[in-house]
Ligand binder design. Structure first.
Ligand SMILES: *Cc1c(COP(=O)(O)O)cnc(C)c1O
Length: 397
């Protein structure tokens, strides 16, 4: 563990010094080459140094970096219109991060009921295992004790129910509930997908009870599962949705999307952000959409995702003492481990493959969406070697 004295000690950093990246590859100062199946935790959606993103950013950098939201910001209306066109939404608010997109989503839901004469409806219902960010409100939404401890009273108005417990859900969606907030696929929680049937039932229950459905697609969105947004697989739409990570391809961009009705309380002066929707961010966001929305791109994610998940299924057969389960869709995949997940992440790293640990003893594989079939096979080969070494080491013990 490296302790960089000037920095807060909030991260246990791995001692690896990456200097540059290209596509799915990361290069260290000493020229070692790693396959990046972490992608900044689902952020570098188009890999590193994608030429289209580099030129969009550098061209904008020569024109205008920042402008207050008191003026029309270049690229903002265009990116907003394109996101509206591609989704259920009528309205978009741009942020710099996922946590801020969630804050905006929560405020939008509460404010909707406030302006419609139901101020008592402010409670937000979330699922156990959720992760919605590290702000004071989003740690309350996530409900994980380890993130709440020591930060004062938990922000009021968040109730958590067990994953997959329909009766608890029904009870929680009371007259005081403003919104049900869920990740269609839990990322930090361990690539846990809400069954499509269940998601449809949740949508219906929200409609029946007059509760807004808010989806957190910060990790699962922007093509990650092979659809533009993961909820499309279930054939439902939310009222409000938080987006970030992949939409910026590595530049900090987030967005809160909503129907016109859900956003009816967000009138002039109710919310704001200094940097949200900044010209540099908008240039990159638009460039990401150029590629993700191009014909055949999402099919590519589905195809290469299948190669990877089939390969993982064979690895599970070959190493039943290492892999308990393989899960996920598209390029949002998880390996549930028999042993300790962080040991597997380390074993993969020893084979120069980066992955990310998650809850439920899972190792997440979140490669750039531009991953080729050949690179997917290369990664499977490295996982095979790593698991083989782990299996042999276990055998010796
Ligand atoms: C990463 C993440 C967030 C928080 O995003 P930040 O940009 O770190 O604030 C929220 N929700 C989900 C599902 C995430 O994966």
């Amino acid at each position: 563990m490296a302790t960089a004295a000037p920095l807060f000690d909030t991260y246990n950093r791995t001692v690896l010094h990456f200097e540059r990246g290209e596509g799915v590859w990361l290069f260290t100062q000493t020229g070692e080459r790693y396959l990046d199946f972490a992608a900044g935790i689902a952020v570098n959606s188009l890999g590193h140094a994608h030429p289209h993103l580099v030129s969009a950013l550098t061209e904008q950098a020569q024109k205008l970096w920042h402008l207050s939201n008191l003026y029309e910001i270049p690229g903002q209306a265009r990116l907003g219109a394109r996101m509206v066109e591609a989704t259920f939404a009528d309205k978009v608010f741009f942020t710099n991060s996922g946590g801020e997109a969630l804050e905006c989503a929560i405020k939008t839901a509460r404010r909707h009921f406030f302006v419609n004469g139901q101020p008592e409806r402010y409670r937000i219902i979330t699922l156990e295992g959720a992760f919605h960010g590290r702000t004071l409100a989003t740690i309350a939404a996530g409900g994980q004790a380890k993130y709440l401890e020591g930060f004062g009273p938990k922000v009021e108005g968040f109730d958590q129910i067990p994953f997959g417990d329909f009766d608890a859900l029904e009870a929680a969606l009371s007259e005081e509930a403003a919104a049900l907030l869920i990740e269609p696929v839990q990322g930090e929680g361990g690539i846990r997908t809400i069954e499509h049937e269940m998601l449809r039932a949740m949508r219906k229950m929200c409609d029946d009870k007059g509760v807004l459905l808010v989806l957190d697609e910060v990790q699962s969105g922007v093509g990650r599962t092979g659809k533009l947004f993961a909820h499309e697989w279930a054939g439902i739409t939310p009222d409000i949705m938080a987006v970030a990570k992949g939409i910026g391809g590595g530049f900090p961009v987030g967005a809160c999307l909503a129907t016109a009705e859900a956003a009816d309380g967000m009138t002039a002066g109710t919310h704001g952000s200094t940097f949200g929707g900044n010209p540099l961010a908008m240039a990159v966001g638009n460039a990401v959409l150029d590629i993700v929305l191009a014909d055949g791109f999402l099919e590519h994610v589905q195809d290469v995702g299948k190669v990877l998940s089939q390969g993982l299924a064979s690895l599970k057969d070959r190493f039943p003492g290492q892999i308990a389960d393989v899960r996920g869709t598209g390029l949002m995949l998880g390996i549930q481990c028999v042993g300790v997940n962080t040991d597997v992440v380390k074993a993969f790293r020893d084979e120069m493959l980066l992955s990310v640990p998650a809850g439920d003893n899972v190792v997440r594989l979140l490669p750039p969406l531009t991953l080729s079939v050949e690179e997917a096979r290369e990664a499977l080969g490295r996982m095979d070697s790593a698991l083989d070494k782990l299996a042999k080491a276990n055998h010796q013990n």
